[in-house]
Design a protein around this ligand. Structure first.
Ligand SMILES: *Cc1c(COP(=O)(O)O)cnc(C)c1O
Ligand SMILES: [Zn+2]
Length: 426
């Protein structure tokens, strides 16, 4: 009999801590000043909002940056707050691992894997965006948080909210992978499975943000949330000793990550922190949900929403919010976009595992498979130095990886049985 108290769902009393001061927002379409607030869109023109950084703020040197703790907060001058964070202080600084075998196979000079499969605490790059969004929620006095999620964001919000002692309302499509459901429920949030696609869930959450006083991280805190993605780019440059790679390949769902990678590289270039030119940015999606890839590859004026049909649930956003800025990031850097068939996702997952010892989820399989396709198309060249952004952990999508893996032999516990197996392998 256990004596551990269980108080699920987690509605424990909220601790009040002094939050950092969020930067004011402005509208990227009509330039309206919005002030610091939990607001999804510009109230005048419905344009997207962004934090307004003081262009005269003092910036740190490389040496100063290197003296700071290894977390996303090392780059605080480029994060949307004044003052120190009170939540999620440990997030970030995942490994950047060189992968010579992949470089050889792709026919490029060097390859590194940015490994957010081991992101703290919830094993995906969504820990970064939740870290910035939750500090904004705290500052705005929003003591209940939430999200619309394809899975990883649900894990990240639930984990961070539990650590902060905040109640959370989390909305996911009803048919999500069991590991992502359990990996959310375990933290004790109010988890709600919605019949419909992610886009239905997202629309519902837009209404909820108006109806309740909640900080929905990717809706009314989106301007603060998105900036957290930049830290993946900052870390890549820092870990390469202030050099840019020549190309970066990243998966796309709503298109925020590739947009913010571009912003991060541009900011470090402007600050004189990195040598060389900003890397070419390549975006990858699954063919069964590739609205941004098709948008990049066509001359269309607007993205055409799709109804997702793919095993890559984490990227299954049919109506991506950041498609225009994602396309600008990709085309503005002479990059490209590629869609990967579901059967190649499992191959990509296995190739990365065998070549680097890193087990990624379906989104990582998309990234690796896209790298091989881009190399084959001649878009990666022998002098290229490529970073693959691996954004999530393979233990969350076991079924996808299990495809095509042969069953391990079962034997009696006898020496002769192993001798027979060993003999059969030579
Ligand atoms: C959310 C997510 C992405 C990309 O998300 P954007 O919405 O494009 O920023 C990539 N990989 C994984 C594993 C994700 O969960
Ligand atoms: Zn506006």
């Amino acid at each position: 009999m256990t004596t551990i108290p269980s108080v699920l769902p987690n509605d424990a009393p909220v601790r009040i801590v002094r939050a950092p001061e969020p930067l004011p927002l402005y509208c990227t379409r009509c330039a309206a000043d919005v002030g610091a607030s939990a607001q999804a869109l510009c109230s005048t023109c419905l344009g997207p909002l962004q934090p307004q950084y003081d262009t005269a703020r003092p910036l740190p040197s490389r040496r100063e940056l290197r003296s700071r703790a290894r977390s996303i907060w090392r780059y605080s001058e480029w994060l949307p707050f004044r003052g120190a964070p009170v939540l999620a202080q440990q997030v970030g600084f995942t490994p950047l691992l060189e992968a010579p075998q992949l470089a050889h196979e792709l026919g490029v000079a060097r390859v590194w894997v940015k490994n957010d499969a081991v992101s703290f605490p919830s094993l995906s790059f969504k820990d970064r965006v939740v870290a910035t969004a939750l500090n904004a929620a705290q500052a705005f006095g929003l003591t209940t948080v939430g999200c619309a999620s394809t899975g990883n964001l649900a894990n990240a919000v639930a984990a961070a909210a539990a650590a902060a002692g905040l109640p959370a309302w989390i909305f996911i499509p009803a048919d999500l992978e069991v590991a992502k459901v359990v990996g959310t429920s375990v933290y004790g949030p109010h988890l709600v499975r919605v019949r419909g696609t992610y886009d239905d869930v997202n629309r519902l959450c837009a209404q909820l943000a108006d109806r309740f006083d909640w900080g929905i991280v990717n809706v009314n805190l989106r301007a603060y949330y998105g900036e957290g993605s930049k830290t993946m780019g900052f870390e890549i440059v820092d870990q390469l000793d202030w050099r840019f790679p020549s190309a970066v390949i990243a998966p796309m769902a709503g298109g925020s990550l590739v947009t913010k990678l571009h912003k991060a590289f541009s900011e470090f270039a402007a600050a004189g922190l990195a040598h060389g030119s900003v890397p070419r940015i390549y975006g990858a999606q699954a063919s069964g949900c590739a609205p941004i890839v098709r948008f990049v590859q066509s001359n269309a004026r607007a993205v055409t929403p799709e109804r997702p049909q793919t095993i890559v649930r984490s990227l299954a956003i049919g109506n991506p919010a950041d498609a225009p800025t994602a396309r600008d990031a990709i085309l503005g850097t002479n990059g490209w976009a590629h869609a990967v068939d579901d059967q190649d996702v499992a191959i990509g997952i296995r190739r990365l595992a065998e070549a680097t010892g890193i087990f990624t989820e379906t989104a990582g399989g998309v990234t690796v498979a896209a790298a091989y396709a881009l190399a084959q198309q001649g878009r990666l060249t022998p002098d290229d130095e490529v970073v693959l952004c691996i954004t999530g952990n393979g233990l969350k999508t076991i079924d996808a990886a299990a495809q095509g893996i042969s069953e391990a032999p079962e034997i009696p516990a006898r020496l002769s049985a192993v001798e027979a197996l060993v003999a059969a392998t030579v």
